[in-house]
Design a protein around this ligand. Structure first.
Ligand SMILES: Cc1ncc(COP(=O)(O)O)c(C=O)c1O
Length: 359
C-alpha cells in the first residue's frame, strides 16, 4: 500500500472552517437559538403545504432551470430572466461569483469583520482576500476599500447591512464608491437582510444594478422569508455575470421543495413581511433597552445586534447560555445576537443588564 495520500490543492491549507451558530441545548429549562440570524417564526401553513406537495415527487430531479421561481422573480423585480440566477443559498451564489471572477493571483476585497464565508470562499478559489477594516463606527470604510483596488482586483463584496454589525451604507456614499470602481471589477451588493432595512437612505441595490453592468445584487430566502433550511438564494446581475452563474451552478442544486417554497413565500409576502415588521419593532425595543442600560450599540438595519465586548466576549456568551439563550461570539471582538422570540430577547436583555453592572 502506498504511504502517500491523494494530492490536494495547496490553496486549501489553512482555510478557516465555517462555524455555524451553536444550536440551543436540548433538554434545558429554556433554550433559544440566537446564534444564526434565523427567522424565529415557523413556516406559514401555505408554504408548508407547497413543500409537502413537492415532497411527493422527490424521487425525481428538480426543475434545473428553476422556471417557476425565475419567472416569479423576473416579474417581481422587473428584470429579464437572463439577469437572474438561483443557487443553494446566497452563499452558494457568492461562491459561484468568486469562481467566475477570481483565481490564483487575483484579489477579492471586502470589509472586515463581515460575513465569515467571504474569506473561506475566496481562499477555495485560490484568490487572495484583501480585508479592509470597518470604521470605528463599525461601518464599511468605502474610501479605504476604493483605495485598496489594484489591477488584480476582480470582485468586491459590500455587505449591506453588514453581518455581524448590522450597520448599513447609505445611497450617496455607495454611489460615490461605485463611481470609483473600474467597470471591469464586479461589485456584489450582498443584501441578505434587505427586508429588515428601515433607513430610507439605505438604497435597494437593485437601483444600482439597473444603471451599472458591474453591479450584482445578492438576495436570499433564508432570513425574512424563513427558508434557511431549504437553501435557496439568487442574484440579479447583467450578462455576462448572470450567464457565468448559470455555468458554475451545481446541476439541480436547488431542490423542488426549495423552489416551490420560495414561490409560495413570494406569494405570501404580505404576511411574511408583516412578521418582519414585528421583528423590526422587537429590534428597536432591544436596541433602545441596551442603550438605556448604557451600552454602545451601532445602528442596526438587520435582524441582529452587535455588542463589541472585546476580551469579555466569551464570558458574556457563556452567561447568555446559562440564562437560556445561545448567541454568536467572535472571541476577542464581540457578540452578534439575533432578534428572536420576545421571551428570548428578554432573557438576553437581563443578561446584558447584569453584565453592565459588573463593568
Ligand atoms: C451577509 C450574508 N450573506 C449571505 C448569507 C447566506 O445566506 P444563505 O446562504 O442562507 O442564503 C448570510 C447568512 O448568514 C449572510 O449573513
Amino acid at each position: 500500500m502506498s504511504e502517500t495520500s491523494p494530492k490536494l490543492r495547496a490553496e486549501l491549507a489553512g482555510i478557516p472552517t465555517y462555524k455555524p451558530g451553536k444550536p440551543a441545548a436540548a433538554g434545558g429549562p429554556v433554550a433559544y437559538k440566537l446564534s444564526s440570524n434565523e427567522n424565529p417564526y415557523p413556516p406559514l401553513p401555505g408554504v408548508l403545504e407547497s413543500v409537502t406537495g413537492a415532497a411527493l415527487s422527490f424521487n425525481r430531479y428538480p426543475d434545473m432551470a428553476c422556471t417557476g421561481l425565475m419567472n416569479e422573480l423576473a416579474d417581481r423585480f422587473g428584470v429579464p430572466l437572463t439577469h437572474l440566477a438561483t443557487g443553494t443559498g446566497s452563499v452558494g451564489v457568492a461562491q459561484q461569483l468568486i469562481q467566475s471572477t477570481a483565481g490564483p493571483g487575483d484579489e477579492v476585497i471586502y470589509a472586515w469583520r463581515s460575513f465569515e464565508a467571504y474569506p473561506i470562499i475566496t481562499q477555495i478559489s485560490g484568490a487572495t482576500s484583501v480585508q479592509v477594516p470597518l470604521t470605528s463606527g463599525e461601518v464599511h470604510d468605502l474610501d479605504a476599500m476604493a483605495a485598496a483596488i489594484t489591477d488584480r482586483t476582480r470582485l468586491i463584496f459590500v455587505c449591506n447591512p453588514n453581518n455581524p454589525t448590522g450597520t448599513a451604507v447609505r445611497r450617496a456614499e455607495l454611489e460615490r464608491f461605485l463611481d470609483r470602481v473600474p467597470s471591469d471589477v464586479l461589485v456584489v451588493l450582498d443584501e441578505a437582510y434587505r427586508e429588515f432595512v428601515r433607513d430610507v437612505d439605505v438604497p435597494d441595490g437593485v437601483e444600482f444594478y439597473r444603471e451599472r453592468p458591474n453591479v450584482c445584487v445578492l438576495r436570499t430566502f433564508s432570513k425574512a422569508y424563513g427558508l434557511a433550511g431549504l437553501r435557496v438564494g439568487f442574484a440579479i446581475a447583467h450578462e455576462p455575470v448572470a450567464a457565468a452563474l448559470r455555468k458554475t451552478a451545481v446541476p439541480f442544486g436547488v431542490s423542488q421543495l426549495a423552489q416551490d417554497a420560495a414561490v409560495a413565500s413570494l406569494r405570501a409576502e404580505d404576511e411574511l413581511l408583516g412578521r418582519v415588521g414585528t421583528l423590526v419593532c422587537e429590534r428597536n425595543r432591544v436596541v433602545e433597552s441596551l442603550r438605556g442600560q448604557g451600552w454602545t450599540v451601532p445602528d442596526t438595519q438587520a435582524n441582529f445586534v452587535w455588542l463589541r465586548l472585546g476580551e469579555r466576549t466569551v464570558d458574556f456568551a457563556a452567561a447568555c447560555e446559562r440564562a437560556g439563550v445561545v448567541v454568536r461570539p467572535f472571541p476577542g471582538e464581540g457578540v452578534r445576537v439575533t432578534i428572536g422570540e420576545d421571551e428570548a430577547n428578554d432573557i438576553f436583555l437581563k443578561v446584558t443588564e447584569g453584565f453592565r453592572k459588573e463593568l
